[in-house]
Design a protein around this ligand. Structure first.
Ligand code: AMP
Ligand code: MG
Length: 412
């Protein structure tokens, strides 16, 4: 490593610094159960009754007493009634008796075993012959199998999934405490940037980062404040930063933080906030400005379109998750076998755009999604993962294992 390289921070150092620095915003909302989907739970939820609330049948069949079982000998029992889902049997069941029972129907206290219908014959409407005798207590779902009264079944900080909606519904819970939505302001900087609908002059390009950021943030279920394109002008930049930080919990910009950019972005940020300018040993996405401006957290992402997405995914998303009160924040990393030679120069951690596939035998393989340059969206669009290749690694031969981060919210 050269002297200059020593100034670089690693991806995980920066992740740790950001995670240590950000904390959950204050504010709790009580929302209807359906509105709680994908929100972050602000309080633990405890069961107030057992679920299932009573013993019930796991099968369509006949319920009877296990004491009637004598080894595997067929049993002939008298049918004394029935228990259907929502229509429990009200009478008694004695030895030598059975009731017809359906899946989910209450198993009366007297009986403890259910035989599935397929293992029975009914010579007449009052008689059931059990041809294949089940084990005692078979096919009965016990009261409280899933939840017992007092058990904390969802903990603060969990992102509420479709399953969790069902889980809460089993407890009859109509409203849930969730953390309030984050307000995130974002804008692009650069004199070359035109917004859609404007005509491109010579050397101009359309602002695309505001759209990737829109999508990434939308998928995180935050309130968006799109502040448009801000020209490379000292006053305009300062006004935009101040406005954004007054409105939002987090401010995200792209462009203007790389070496060679007009110094006033840096000067402005230093004047109105406590901002660190980091050089990160990653590719794409070397420069990153991070800190606080007023009450808001600030992220100055690099301008290149792929670098925006890569740095958002590694640093902004974990920080916003923390701010939402989420407990699990870092991107999932798994391993896959390379099905192609992967070009890599030692020095920085590469986040190469990859296509993760599953072979017929179930093996995960990964290949290059196309041209790996930080201004090229083609491969980023084709990709469904980042291949994370460590800083000290050189090229990777076919058949080697590499770390892979499947995209969350970028592709489906
Ligand atoms: P900068 O970090 O401002 O030096 O920008 C680095 C590269 O990213 C330059 O080629 C810019 O033109 C490009 N760039 C910056 N912002 C955007 C944007 N919002 N949309 C598309 N390209 C951008
Ligand atoms: Mg620029």
């Amino acid at each position: 490593m050269s002297q200059k390289d020593n100034l670089f921070l690693t991806v995980s150092e920066v992740q740790q610094r950001i995670i240590n620095h950000t904390k959950a915003v204050e504010g709790i909302e009580q929302v209807d159960l359906r509105q709680a989907l994908n929100r972050i739970l602000a309080k633990d939820v405890t069961a107030t009754f057992n679920t299932p609330p009573c013993d019930n049948s796991a099968m369509d069949g006949y319920a009877f007493l296990s004491q009637d079982i004598t080894g595997s000998d067929p049993l002939t029992l008298r049918i004394v009634g029935h228990s259907f889902a929502g229509h429990p049997y009200q009478g008694k069941v004695a030895s030598g008796e059975a009731i017809r029972i359906m899946t989910g129907a209450q198993v009366p206290v007297d009986v403890d075993t259910v035989v599935m219908q397929e293992h029975t014959e009914t010579p007449d409407e009052h008689t059931v012959k059990i041809t294949t005798v089940p084990k005692a207590f078979a096919n009965v779902r016990k009261e409280g199998d899933d939840l017992t009264t007092g058990h904390t079944f969802l903990t603060q900080g969990k992102k509420i999934s479709p399953t969790d909606l069902a889980f809460l519904a089993t407890q009859g819970i109509a409203e849930v405490h969730v953390t309030r939505k984050l307000r995130v302001a974002f804008f692009s900087t650069g004199d070359e940037l035109r917004s859609i609908g404007e005509t491109l002059g010579e050397g101009d390009i359309y602002d695309s980062n505001r759209y990737s950021l829109y999508g990434l943030l939308k998928n995180m279920d935050v309130e968006l404040i799109d502040m448009g394109v801000i020209p490379d002008d000292r006053d305009a930049i300062e006004t935009a930063f101040i406005n954004a930080s007054n409105m939002a919990d987090a401010v995200i910009t792209s462009g203007g933080v790389s070496v060679g950019e007009a110094d006033f972005v840096k000067e402005t940020l230093e004047k109105i906030g406590q901002i660190n300018f980091w050089k990160i040993a990653m590719k794409p996405g070397k420069p990153l400005a991070y800190g606080t401006m007023g009450k808001s957290v600030f992220f100055g992402l690099p301008g290149n379109p792929v670098a925006v997405i890569a740095t958002f995914y590694q640093f902004v998303q974990p920080a916003l998750k923390r701010m939402k009160g989420q407990t699990s924040v870092l991107p999932l990393m798994i391993q896959a076998k390379t099905s192609e030679f992967i070009k890599k120069r030692a020095g920085r951690t590469d986040f190469q755009r990859g296509i993760l596939e599953q072979s017929e035998t179930g093996e995960l393989t990964v290949r290059n999604a196309g041209m790996q340059a930080s201004h090229v969206l083609t491969a980023m669009s084709q990709a469904n993962c980042f291949m994370v290749i460590p800083a000290d690694s050189g090229c990777i031969e076919v058949g080697q294992m590499v770390d892979v981060q499947p995209f969350e919210g970028l592709t489906d």
